[in-house]
Design a protein around this ligand. Structure first.
Ligand SMILES: [Zn+2]
Ligand SMILES: [Zn+2]
Length: 69
């Protein structure tokens, strides 16, 4: 696979959001999650992270309720 922006370069990673091939220059590493540098993809990853935290808190609340019961 080649970089979406540089057709002569090999892709080093793939954007988790839009699936485009990315070279090192075009890659954005958001704490281990690779995306392209477009704002749309970067904000999507942040949204996913917020949801993961919310789900974790709900899960934790459920476990605490079970223990208290
Ligand atoms: Zn992308
Ligand atoms: Zn590139």
């Amino acid at each position: 696979m080649k970089c979406f922006n540089h057709h002569e370069r090999d892709a080093f990673g793939i954007c988790k959001v839009c699936g485009k091939g990315l070279c090192l220059e075009c890659m954005n590493n958001e704490k281990g999650i690779i995306t392209c540098k477009s704002n749309a993809c970067r904000s999507k990853v942040q949204q996913v992270k917020i949801w993961q935290i919310v789900l974790l808190l709900i899960l934790l609340a459920g476990v605490i309720m079970l223990i208290i019961d």
